[in-house]
Design a protein around this ligand. Structure first.
Ligand SMILES: [Zn+2]
Length: 394
């Protein structure tokens, strides 16, 4: 038996959330479930949302193994029955009795979580990080999502000279006085990961923005040209500041560009000589295309991968995914992450699942002669916290 339950955890990819002291059972399910399946989604498709439709949405969310695992761990934590009503009732009562910060801190402590590296580009409007820090009681390290800035600049209707100056200044101030420890891009959600590294030419940005302005927002290819240029520009700023760049790869919520999110599409870009100094973290290790991300992290020296999304949202696949990630990704390049949001509870159950799945995966590696027991404990320490600590200098 390997037991990592006492080890500390740094969650390298997750999201801040507004404080909600009291939630109904349905509201809580909506907050902590994997992204998608809302009444608005159905309404936008012209589907009438009646009581039966709402019940169907709830049923689908509660029927995932991810959800059931979380519910059972929380029932143990609160010592109540493993039903949504009992768990949500216990949660609301604990917050009312202890106060939100003490409650959240207690859950994080029970999971061993010492720091959250958060992408505050979701949800929007952005959560105030000072409040968030005070309400969770653990170290909060923010990451700056470039698409939030890009959208603001597109909305500002300015010309290229102003656009490129404000873009560079926005990133520079985030990484210096803004306290952000790195950048993040969700270009996989927008125009895809097939980014030509030569998009770094400022002329590409200038021409693309000009076309977008002329077409009054219907820029077509120009939108991709502009986003690709700004992505390359962000890589260069990361190199200047020695800051890691998180790049979304693989699945995400229902809006993701699923065909254009494969890590293999990044190969040309990542091995481009001018970008080799940039530390890139392939978010989600590209799950379900984690073999592709694993290959990149193996043959290119400045690539990290995190376990988020597959863990915890693919539920019972956690140990298998970790084993598959370790097929190619060096142990010193794998970081724990959850991509959780909404409320403190999934952060806790995800940490438990991560430790349990890691123990299962490493146990097999010991049995098969790949490592000693002592090396398995060292590997767990690196994956759960130390790799992230080193990458982000925290
Ligand atoms: Zn995320």
């Amino acid at each position: 038996m390997l037991d990592f339950s006492d080890m500390s955890v740094i969650d390298v990819h997750c999201h801040p959330y507004p404080r909600k002291n009291k939630l109904s059972a349905d509201e809580w399910v909506d907050e902590v479930s994997f992204g998608g399946g809302s009444a608005e989604y159905l309404q936008a498709g012209g589907i009438e949302v009646d009581a039966a439709a709402m019940a169907m949405l709830q049923r689908v969310k509660r029927d995932t193994l991810y959800f059931r695992y979380m519910l059972r761990r929380l029932a143990e934590y609160f010592q109540v029955e493993a039903t949504v009503d009992a768990v949500v009732d216990a949660r609301n009562r604990a917050i009312a009795e202890q106060g939100y910060a003490a409650y959240a801190h207690g859950l994080h402590q029970a999971g061993g979580i010492t720091a959250l590296i958060v992408d505050d580009g979701h949800p929007l409007p952005q959560v105030d990080l000072k409040n968030f820090r005070a309400q969770v009681g653990v170290d909060v390290v923010p990451i700056f999502r470039i698409e939030v800035l890009i959208q603001q600049l597109l909305d500002a209707d300015c010309g290229w000279a102003e656009f490129q100056r404000d873009y560079d200044d926005g990133i520079a101030s985030a990484l210096s006085e803004g306290g952000y420890k790195g950048l993040k891009s969700i270009i996989a959600y927008r125009t895809g990961l097939d980014i030509d590294p030569r998009s770094r030419s400022a002329d590409q940005g200038m021409v693309a923005l000009e076309q977008i302005r002329r077409a009054r927002g219907r820029g077509g290819d120009a939108v991709k040209q502009l986003r690709d240029h700004l992505f390359c520009r962000a890589i260069e700023r990361c190199i200047d500041y020695g800051a890691p760049f998180q790049v979304h790869t693989g699945m995400g919520d229902w809006e993701v560009h699923l065909e254009a999110c494969r890590p293999a599409l990044l190969m040309e870009l990542l091995r481009y000589p001018a970008y080799r100094a940039c530390k890139i973290l392939l978010v989600h290790t590209g799950y379900p295309y984690h073999a592709e991300a694993g290959y990149l992290a193996n043959v290119l020296p400045n690539i990290w991968c995190d376990l988020s999304e597959g863990l915890p949202f693919a539920g019972n696949a956690a140990a298998r995914i970790i084993a598959e990630v370790l097929e190619m990704v060096p142990i010193s390049r794998v970081c724990y992450g959850s991509d959780t949001y909404g409320s403190p509870e999934p952060f806790y159950s995800s940490a438990l699942l991560g430790k349990q799945a890691l123990a299962q995966a490493l146990r097999i590696l010991i049995d098969d002669g790949f490592m000693s027991r002592a090396q398995a404990y060292d590997a767990a320490k690196l994956i759960l916290a130390d790799n992230a600590r080193q990458l982000y200098g925290i």
